[in-house]
Design a protein around this ligand. Structure first.
Ligand SMILES: [Zn+2]
Length: 186
């Protein structure tokens, strides 16, 4: 998709400033895809773009981890004319609930909004392997994993390098710029 970075900035899904991340680290950037996906036409377009981006074997089903992956996973599944399931945490463990069942050997493609650490993708893959599904890869709108790699075939619409700093080493703190918790009212 062309100009995706500009689109994300316009939707305030990609912010520039001084942010206090949930990890405790500070960053000059913040990604919040929900704001881009709140535009239903854009969500549809992003789903189509991800469906076209996938170059692997044809999946039987799309699965996303809740909450972040649900909208884009659904749109990607709709573009590929496939069913859509989601995993969610139950007592801390990622699981398929709500009667979602995947038959043994079914090819599953995982769709996320953002690859950050890869943790939710891998937890979803693990949950799917329990039902003997075959995880064929993963897609996301944004990849902000930096040098880290996911140990499965994957592709993203945009790679964004997001620098993070410990509070002691944060250059923005040194400039006296107040850090903002993203998503908070202020
Ligand atoms: Zn800082």
């Amino acid at each position: 998709m062309r100009n995706l970075r500009e689109i994300l900035e316009k939707k305030k899904a990609l912010l520039t400033g001084h942010f206090l991340l949930s990890s405790g680290l500070h960053s000059p950037n913040y990604v919040q895809c929900a704001l881009a996906l709140s535009d239903t036409a854009l969500a549809r377009q992003l789903g189509r773009a991800l469906a076209e981006k996938w170059k692997g074997p044809k999946p039987d089903i799309i699965v996303s981890p809740a909450m972040g992956g649900i909208i884009i996973g659904h749109e990607t599944a709709a573009a590929m004319k496939l069913p859509f399931y989601f995993t969610e945490r139950e007592n801390g463990e990622m699981t398929l609930r709500r009667g979602f069942k995947i038959e043994k050997g079914r090819k599953v493609l995982i769709v996320e909004d953002v690859f950050t650490t890869g943790k939710s993708t891998l937890e979803t893959a693990r949950a799917l392997k329990k039902s003997k599904a075959k995880v064929i890869g993963a897609l996301s709108i944004v990849n902000r994993m930096g040098k880290r790699r996911l140990p499965l075939k994957n592709s993203s619409l945009i790679k964004i390098d997001i620098k993070t700093f410990s509070p002691e080493k944060c250059p923005l703190c040194k400039q006296g710029i107040p850090a903002v918790k993203p998503g908070s009212r202020k």
